[in-house]
Structures are given as C-alpha cells and as structure tokens.
Design a protein around this ligand. Structure first.
Ligand code: FAD
Ligand code: 2HG
Ligand code: ZN
Length: 483
C-alpha cells in the first residue's frame, strides 16, 4: 500500500491546536515537536507485533466535545486518524499504517449511569471491559460479553469490532444488547443516539452501522447497553473427546440436557492445549490426552441443582461413549483454572513468536476439517518443523463451537512470507466454498483488506462504500483498512 497523498502531514501548528483543545499535557503524546519515540511505540504496534505504524502524534480526548473538535479540525485539514481503544484487536485495525494520528479513547472511561431495575448501563467508550463488569457484579449484573482481553480492551473497542467472545451463545451479539450509542462523525458532527429503550422502531437503526464498523465511519464515545442479571451459580466442566464427530454429538446433548442454563460451549484441540502446557508449565486437568476437549459452562440460579444437572449430563455422555473423560470444577478457583485452559491459548501463542490467526465461521459439520486441511497443506509445503528453515511449530484449532466459530492459528518461529503464501488466499477460498465467513468476530482490519470479497458480494461491498462516503466523505477515518 502507498501513503495517500491527499492526506496532510502533521505540523507543529497542528500540534499546537490539539494541545490547546486538550489542555492537559498528558493528553497528547507528541513526537512531532519533540522526541517521544519510546512513548509512541506502543500505540504504533498491535497486540501480536504483526503490524507497525509510523504515527508521531497520539491524542487522548477526555470528552465527546473534544473528540468532535479534533475530528472537525482533522477533516478540515485532511489529517487522517485511527481510533484506538485498548489496542487488543487481532487484525491490525487499531494501529496506523503510515503517519495517521492515533485517537486513543483511554481517558473517556467513566461509568455514567446504571439502572438497577432495568439493568441498563451507560458508560464512556474507553471504559475497560473488566472494570465495567466488576462494577456490574457489585450490582448483581453481568456485562453481556466476556473475552480473554477483558483486562485491557475497551467497551467502545468491543462495539467497534462487534466482539463475540465466550458467552455469545447465551447473551447474543452486541447488535442485540446495545441499546444506544453516541458517536462522532468525521466532520465533528455528534450523533446522539444514546437510547435507553429496548424497543425503538423509528426508522433505520443507525447505531447498528457503528457496531462492527472498526472505526471507519465514526468514533464511538458512549454506549448504552442492556445487561443481564448475574447468575447466582456458575458451574464448569471440561471433557476429553476422541473425535470431532463426537464433539458435535456432545454439543447436541448439551443443548438438549442443559438448554436453559448452558452459557458456553468451547472447543480446544490437543495441539492448542500442548501449547498452553509448554508455555505455562501447568499440568492438564485430565490425566490422559485426547484429540479434543470441550469446556462447558452453565449459569443458573441454583448451584447445587446446576451441578447435579452437569454431573448427570457427564455420566450420560460417558455412558453413551460420546465423552471419554471429564472433570467438574468444585469451587471458584477450579472454575478459573479450567477456564485458563481455554482463555489462555491466545496468550500462550503470543509468547511463541509469529502467529497467523484466522477467525472464521464455518457450518459446524466441517468446522474442524479446515484445521486438518491446513495442517496437511503446511506439511506438504515442507514448512512444519520449528526451525529457521521449517518455521511452523504447530497448526491448531479452537474456538466458540457453540457459535460455529473456529480460531485456526498457525504458530511460527517468526512471521515468514513463505508461510503466509501457503495460507492465503487458500484459507479464504476454503471458507468461501463452504459459504462461511472469513471474519466471524475479530473484523477485517488491515489483515483481511484484500479478502472481503470472499464473504461479501460486490453489491454489498458497494453499499458499504456508499455508507462510508456518506459518513466520512474525505476518508480520514481509519484509512487503508478494509474499505
Ligand atoms: P482496539 O484493538 O483498540 O481497536 C479495534 C478496532 O476498533 C480498530 O479498528 C479501532 O480503530 C476500532 N476502535 C476502537 N475503539 C473505537 C471507538 N471508540 N470508536 C470507533 N472505533 C474504535 N475478540 C472476540 O471477538 N472474541 C474473543 O473471544 C476475543 N478474545 C481475545 C483475547 C485476547 C487475548 C486478545 C488479545 C484479543 C481478543 N479478541 C477477541 C479481539 C477483540 O477484537 C478485542 O479484544 C476487542 O474487542 C477490541 O477492543 P479494543 O478496545 O482493544 O479495540
Ligand atoms: C478467543 O476466542 C479469541 O480466544 C482469540 O477470539 C482467538 O487467538 C485467537 O485466534
Ligand atoms: Zn474468539
């Protein structure tokens, strides 16, 4: 990609304007008029260390009005920007490509209001997910989204990526739980749709466009979200399973037997668990190794009753030969510990060098076949080996089986073009042949810019471009990314 010459470069005069708007010194990381290389580096680099930008200015607005003033000025002066939340995104969407200004939302982190009867939370976009959830816990509620990056990601970033996470199966997607948003368009216009109603069929539901737009049509500044009651009881079980076919049967049985209390059904293959063992040095919860493991969580109102249900489910599926072994967590510590075998995979992979990540939706029947096919292809290309010459350590699959969402990860010594060429566009073609989605929950960002056509037809991409042009006619918002 080439830098778009329509965009201006940031000058000391621009910096002065932004400093005046933001007032506080700590709200501007200025690498234009001073040397701030070390301070700026983290904003230029993504969570995987795969993408690196070259921005020299980071702005941290504290209010919606400041976001508005910044964007209006950027739009008038053709300065490109990248909205940034917790910078945990996995597709390179949250970092600049060239010298775009980073607008980091971390200072807009206030919880504005919470209604204890309706469960509706209104908060600023830069609120960290875990902080929001802990606040809700103190009120007997839960944030309807949970994911491994909760300690760093922002709820605004979650909406911008339409993050799915571990309990989508139970609480649905943010498209359903978000009741309202406030956002700022490229020209500084504040869109106030901070609705706190469950029902509101008055014309187009415009807020939906911002959910999953990845910062391409506006900056989300506040959100209003419907939060469910926190379940009094949570139980977790981990199963060892001999084949993917049996994992599907286990899912079927879990829905049948645990239906109303089932809150997560996650799949992990043995390769992914081996990586967690390698990195953490911890011992697996089950004695033996199995090709697949499923983690099941229930959330209900009565711990004893739910535990009994889970216990009899386990006995039943073992008797039927669907599950080979299993363990039930008996207290909060064990629940946390079982979850680390699932949530810890991404972190473990992150410690091991370069990772190629594919976040895909595939009809359940063929979900795991993709991992087998990719493994065979990498092997045939002679790249498997964990050495400099054969850089691929492992091809693993895991994910939100309950949502037919697989995370294929190819772990390598370091990012290597030979590996990428074997994987892309092969993976996307494989998915398109099965009418799957090349982006189930992480978005497109920079990584899948070229590949949108594998999951969206030209008519739809054309409509997206029209929307982008309406909201951001100069194209200053998150340029070079998927649109
Ligand atoms: P960022 O990474 O900062 O930004 C992501 C995108 O949103 C960028 O395009 C950015 O420009 C845009 N953006 C950010 N804030 C705003 C805003 N206020 N307004 C407009 N645009 C904005 N994802 C899942 O779906 N499910 C998971 O289970 C999951 N688990 C993860 C586990 C780990 C360990 C990690 C590192 C990531 C995981 N993710 C998961 C990826 C997920 O997309 C992010 O964690 C999260 O939703 C992004 O939030 P963020 O605040 O970090 O956004
Ligand atoms: C998860 O479900 C996240 O753990 C990250 O979506 C997936 O690391 C990945 O590929
Ligand atoms: Zn995921």
């Amino acid at each position: 990609i080439q830098r778009d010459s329509r965009f201006a470069q940031v000058t000391p005069e621009h910096v002065k304007f932004f400093k005046d708007v933001l007032g506080s010194e700590s709200a501007v990381v200025d690498g234009v008029t001073s040397d701030a290389a070390d301070d700026i580096a983290p904003f230029n680099s993504d969570w995987m260390n795969k993408y690196r930008g070259h921005c020299r200015l980071v702005l941290k607005p504290g209010t919606t009005e400041e976001v508005s003033k910044i964007l209006k000025y950027c739009n008038d002066n053709m300065l490109a920007v990248v909205p940034q939340g917790g910078n945990t995104g996995l597709v390179g969407g949250s970092v600049p490509v060239f010298d775009e200004i980073v607008i980091n939302m971390s200072r807009m982190n206030k919880i504005i209001e919470f209604d204890e009867v309706s469960g509706i939370l209104v908060a600023e976009a830069g609120t960290i997910l875990e902080v929001a959830d802990q606040f809700l816990a103190s009120k007997g509620y839960i944030f309807p989204l949970d994911l491994g990056a909760k300690g760093s990601c922002h709820i605004g970033g979650n909406l911008a990526t339409n993050a799915g996470g571990l309990r989508l199966l139970r609480y649905g997607s943010l498209h359903g739980t978000t009741l309202g948003i406030e956002a700022v368009l490229a020209d500084g216009t504040i869109v106030d749709d901070l609705c706190k109603l469950r029902k509101n069929n008055t014309g187009y539901d415009l807020k939906q466009l911002f959910i999953g737009a990845e910062g391409t049509i506006g900056i989300i500044t506040k959100v209003s979200i419907q939060c469910p009651q926190r379940s009094a009881a949570q139980n977790v079980a981990l199963f060892g399973i001999e084949s993917y076919e049996l994992a599907q049967q286990a899912f079927r049985e879990a829905k049948g037997q645990l239906g109303e209390i089932l809150s997560a059904f996650e799949l992990m293959d043995e390769g992914s668990q081996q990586l967690v063992r390698d990195v953490t040095g911890n011992k697996s919860p089950l004695e033996e190794k199995y090709p697949f493991y499923c983690l099941i969580e229930t959330s209900g109102s009565n711990a004893e009753h739910d535990a009994e249900k889970l216990q009899s489910f386990l006995e039943d599926v073992m008797e039927k030969g669907i599950v080979a072994d299993g363990t039930l967590a008996e207290n909060e510590t064990q629940i946390r510990s079982l979850w680390t075998w699932r949530e810890g995979i991404t972190e473990a992979l992150g410690h091991l060098g370069g990772v190629y990540k594919y976040d895909v939706s595939i009809p359940l029947k063929e979900l795991y076949q993709m991992v087998e096919d990719v493994k065979a292809r990498i092997d045939a290309a002679g790249l498997l080996g964990d050495t400099d010459e054969f850089p691929v350590r492992a091809v693993v699959g895991y994910g939100h089986m309950g949502d037919a969402n697989l995370h294929l990860n190819v772990s390598t010594r370091r990012f290597d073009e030979r590996v990428e060429k074997v994987l892309e566009p092969y993976v996307y073609e494989w998915i398109a042949e099965r009418q799957g989605s090349i982006s189930a929950e992480h978005g497109l960002g920079l990584m899948k810019k070229k590949y949108i056509g594998y999951s969206r037809n030209p008519t739809m991409v054309g409509l997206m471009k029209n929307i982008k042009n309406t909201f951001d006619p100069n194209g200053i918002l998150n340029p070079y990314k998927y649109l």
